[in-house]
Design a protein around this ligand. Structure first.
Ligand SMILES: Nc1ncnc2c1ncn2[C@@H]1O[C@H](COP(=O)(O)OP(=O)(O)O)[C@@H](O)[C@H]1O
Ligand SMILES: [Mg+2]
Length: 322
């Protein structure tokens, strides 16, 4: 069932951090080698604690920032550095929805204008009447009432605003949608409505999703594939069912044990990680997870494990038994 639309090969984003005029800059490896494929009609979920590089990855995929290193393709063509700033059509193929439905909408603009704006900027050939027709159609597609067209963002609830943000992201008919914590700011009851809307839109439009979340219960609901990140590196990656049924990396296992579950057959002992998340400017040598890992051996303190395996891959010398 794979139908690739977007690929990333060993992409990295390194920032130089200056700490004073005379000190050498420190390299912050926000993303340090991620490879994945996004398929049409499918969802890759990226999970990990705050600061592990999820949003940085999102900015590279949406071509807001060029990677420091690595290769990305869309529909078989390589995305060259700087291409997004030169090529509006290319950029429009990947759109993003952010966590905060308040910050991403202009408070002084009606919903109708907000929806028509991407066409006004990027598709000047589309006549005004057609622009309005498409915006009204999109409003309907995301489950909002026609009269909302002339209203302003402050008149809506968080869930409705997120529907508007999704509608806006879809106005240019993208093939890839990056969703950066799209339901994290919403009440639990609203979260499932928005998740259902996203699943429905994906089915109808054949969209590929890069779905970012720190919440594994959300990921379990939407993902086909999962990528778990720790300090900028993917540590476990594979089909959702395989990863959830038998996590192999201790970090994945710990994340899962911290996620509440209503199903008693899945209840498990909670693993408490020792120590704090290290600063990404001082990543521990060897396996970056070793200082917090209850399975760490001498080798883990010296050597860096790489992702191994076929469909289900994990970077660990002492993986959890399948
Ligand atoms: N523009 C930037 N310049 C320097 N450091 C950055 C920049 N953007 C993100 N970072 C750092 O990169 C790391 C990953 O950040 P981010 O991608 O936002 O993580 P997440 O979305 O998983 O919380 C963090 O340590 C963050 O402080
Ligand atoms: Mg983030």
């Amino acid at each position: 069932m794979s139908d690739p639309i977007f690929t990333a090969e060993n992409v990295k984003q390194h920032y130089l951090i200056r700490q004073g005029m005379f000190a050498d800059p420190i390299v912050l490896r926000a993303v340090d080698g991620a490879s994945f494929v996004l398929n049409r009609g499918r969802t890759l979920a990226v999970v990990g604690e705050s600061g592990c590089g999820k949003s940085t990855l999102a900015r590279m995929v949406t071509m807001i920032e060029d990677p420091t290193e690595g290769r990305m393709t869309i529909d078989g063509s390589e995305i060259l550095p700087g291409a997004a700033s030169r090529d509006a059509v290319l950029r429009s193929r990947v759109q993003i929805v952010f966590q905060d439905p308040y910050g991403s909408l202009n408070p002084r603009q009606t919903i109708g204008k907000t929806l028509m704006e991407p066409l006004l900027i990027n598709r000047k050939d589309v006549p005004a009447q057609e622009r309005e027709r498409r915006a009204r159609e999109m409003l309907d597609l995301v489950g909002l009432r026609p009269e909302y067209f002339d209203r302003y963002p402050h008149m809506f609830s968080g869930g409705q605003r997120q529907r508007i943000a999704v509608a806006r992201a879809l106005m240019l008919d993208p093939e890839v949608l990056v969703l950066d914590e799209p339901v994290s700011a919403l009440d639990l009851s609203i979260q499932s409505q928005i998740l259902n809307l996203l699943v429905d839109l994906q089915d109808r439009l054949g969209l590929a999703y890069l779905f970012i979340s720190h919440d594994l219960s959300v990921v379990r609901h939407v993902a086909n594939e999962v990528m778990v990140m720790y300090l900028g590196k993917p540590v476990e990656q594979g089909p959702k069912d395989a990863v959830f049924a038998a996590p192999r990396h201790p970090y994945t296992k710990a994340l899962m044990s911290a996620t509440p579950t209503a199903d008693p057959s899945r209840r498990q002992e909670r693993i408490k990680l020792s120590g704090e998340l290290p600063s990404p400017m001082a990543v521990p040598p060897g396996c970056p997870f070793h200082p917090r890992c209850w399975r760490a051996s001498d080798r883990c303190r010296k050597d860096m494990p790489t992702l191994e395996g076929d469909a289900h891959r994990f970077a660990c010398f002492n993986p959890i038994e399948a």
